[in-house]
Structure formats: structure tokens, C-alpha cells
Design a protein around this ligand. Structure first.
Ligand code: NAD
Length: 283
């Protein structure tokens, strides 16, 4: 199915990036935020990022203006009725996502596909609140969505082949991303491998095995990684790291997914990494 209008629910860190990528690709976007203030904040994120792209010579002014004009902002989910695909990028809260999926199911046309960008919840749980579980799929973008090339397309037990194909074709052919397919299991591909590695770096740091800067330097120079594991954890956000490790641990019950005690304490202290300016480098 060809998508001419994309709906995006939530224009925070992830949603704003998805909106920008789609608008730059010439797709009409209807972006839903929760309040007029949140709409203004979402607009600022998208338009600020487009302005930076112009400053850096990556986008000309006409393309920026076309992208801005391609986006309609709303606080009303009913305004998404004409969308062929909706990507939900609201906060990581299962009850909220279920509620949104229920409303989207009632306002969208019968052929529309609904995707969630969730990092940690079983996609089948949001699919089953709709009357169209065959048309629900995971589309897991990476942060920042304007830069990161990968989209994991996740099929549940009920996702149809046509829905998987629609999501994949939209991500690859329209948005220019690289797609990998995987099953609806916590961590998908990337987080299932990445999170235990990042948590292990935290355990080494907590045990006094090496300084934070030395752990990061070792992995940059010794393994060719662009960022070390502790700076990457700070960038992802330590609250996000904690939820993700908890969801992997709940799913697989393997000790190596358990959040390290220090991570829990840092989050409890409000030290969330880049978001608060307090992370592994201030300990
Ligand atoms: P965020 O908090 O930055 O943004 C969420 C946005 O949703 C906010 O702007 C908020 O105002 C808005 N919102 C709240 N309730 C809403 C509603 N009912 N309808 C519409 N909008 C609403 O969160 P984020 O980091 O962008 O994460 C969004 C989703 O993407 C989560 O499911 C998260 O797990 C997932 N994700 C995050 C990352 C990441 O690195 N941040 C990466 C991949 C996936």
C-alpha cells in the first residue's frame, strides 16, 4: 500500500525526528501532540532541526520551506483520519499506548496501518486493543531519527505480510532507511545485544575496574566504536536505560539483563545522563 499521508502521535525526541524525515521526503504529515503548548514545543524541535540543516548546508531554504509546509499540527486524534500509516511515538507507558491505539482504531480508515515506536512493550498488547491486529506493526527508529539509518520492523503473531511490507517499504523506499525484520521479543535485535553490553560497562565502573573515561576510550580505540558505553548510556538517558534493562530482564529472566544497582541509584537520584547533565562523568 502506498502511503501519501503519515500520522505521527507524539513529537518529542523520536516523533519530531520521524516527522522531519518524512516531511523532508515529501510526505504529508499530520502530527498530533497532547496540548497547544506541546504542539509549539514539537514545532520548535522540528523547525529548529531543519534550520540547523540549512545552516550546515545540508538543506536549501526551499526544501526547508516545503518540509515545514508539509506538516499539519493538531491536538485532535480525529484529524489523523485520512492517514494511511500512523506511527505512535508517545511516552513509554503501556496504558497510554493502549488508549491511543483504541482511539486510532476508531478514527482511521479500514486499510490504515498503525505502528508503534515502543522500545520495550510487547507490540501484540497494543495490537489486541484494536479491531485490526493484522494491521499493527512495530517500527523502531533510533535516536536521532534524522541521522540514524536503521529501522527495526517488528511483526507480532498477528501482523500480516501486507502490513510488514507496507511498513518496510515506507521506511526504506520513502524515508531512505535500512530495515531489518524481527519478531516481537523484548529488545528486538539492537537492544538485546546492546543493553547487556552497556550494563556490563556500568558494572565494571561500579566495581572500580577502570575509570569511566578509560572504559569508553578502550571501546572506542580497541573495538572501533564511535562512542564508549558509558557516554552512550548517558546519551540514551539513564531512565531509558533502566526501563529497557528491566523489560529485557522481565522477558528473559537472565542475570546479565538485570539493571546494575548503580544505574537504579543514579535514576532514583535524578541523574539521568545527558538530559540532566549528571551521568557517569560526574561520579
Ligand atoms: P519523549 O518524552 O521525548 O516524547 C513523547 C512526546 O509525546 C512528548 O512530546 C509528549 O508531549 C507527547 N505526548 C504525551 N502524551 C501524548 C498523547 N496522548 N498524544 C500525543 N502525544 C503525546 O519520548 P521519546 O524519547 O520520543 O519516546 C517516544 C517513544 O519512542 C517511546 O515509546 C520510546 O520508548 C520510543 N523510543 C525512544 C528512543 C529514544 O532514544 N528516546 C529510541 C527508540 C524508541
Amino acid at each position: 500500500m502506498t502511503i501519501s499521508t503519515l500520522g505521527v502521535v507524539g513529537a518529542g525526541a523520536m516523533g519530531s525526528g520521524i516527522i522531519e524525515v518524512a516531511a523532508k521526503a515529501g510526505v504529508s504529515v499530520i502530527a498530533r501532540e497532547i496540548s497547544p503548548e506541546a504542539v509549539e514545543a514539537g514545532k520548535r524541535r522540528v523547525e529548529g532541526s531543519l534550520a540547523k540543516a540549512v545552516e550546515r548546508g545540508k538543506l536549501d531554504e526551499a526544501a526547508r520551506d516545503a518540509a515545514v509546509a508539509a506538516i499539519v499540527w493538531t491536538t485532535d486524534l480525529a484529524d489523523l483520519a485520512s492517514c494511511g500509516l500512523v506511527i505512535e511515538a508517545a511516552p513509554e507507558n503501556l496504558e497510554l499506548k493502549k488508549e491511543l491505539f483504541g482511539v486510532l482504531d476508531s478514527v482511521l480508515g479500514p486499510d490504515a496501518v498503525i505502528a508503534t515506536n515502543t522500545s520495550s512493550y510487547p507490540i501484540i498488547e497494543v495490537a489486541m486493543v484494536t479491531g485490526r491486529p493484522e494491521q499493527v506493526v512495530g517500527m523502531h527508529f533510533f535516536n536521532p531519527a534524522t541521522v540514524m539509518k536503521l529501522v527495526e520492523v517488528i511483526s507480532t503473531q498477528r501482523t500480516s505480510e501486507a502490513t510488514r511490507a507496507t511498513a518496510s517499504a515506507f521506511a526504506s523506499e520513502v524515508l531512505g532507511k535500512r530495515v531489518v525484520h524481527c519478531k516481537d521479543r523484548a529488545g528486538f535485535v539492537v537492544n538485546m545485544l546492546l543493553v547487556p553490553y552497556l550494563c556490563q560497562a556500568m558494572r565494571m565502573f561500579e566495581a572500580g575496574h577502570a575509570e569511566a573515561a578509560d572504559i569508553d576510550e578502550a571501546m572506542k580505540l580497541g573495538a572501533g566504536h564511535p562512542m564508549g558505553p558509558l557516554e552512550l548510556s548517558d546519551m540514551i538517558g539513564l531512565d531509558v536505560m533502566l526501563w529497557t534493562a528491566e523489560s529485557l530482564h522481565d522477558e528473559y529472566n537472565e542475570a546479565f539483563y538485570a539493571p546494575p544497582p548503580l544505574l537504579r541509584r543514579m535514576v532514583a537520584a535524578g541523574h539521568l545522563g545527558r538530559k540532566t547533565g549528571q551521568g557517569f562523568y560526574s561520579y
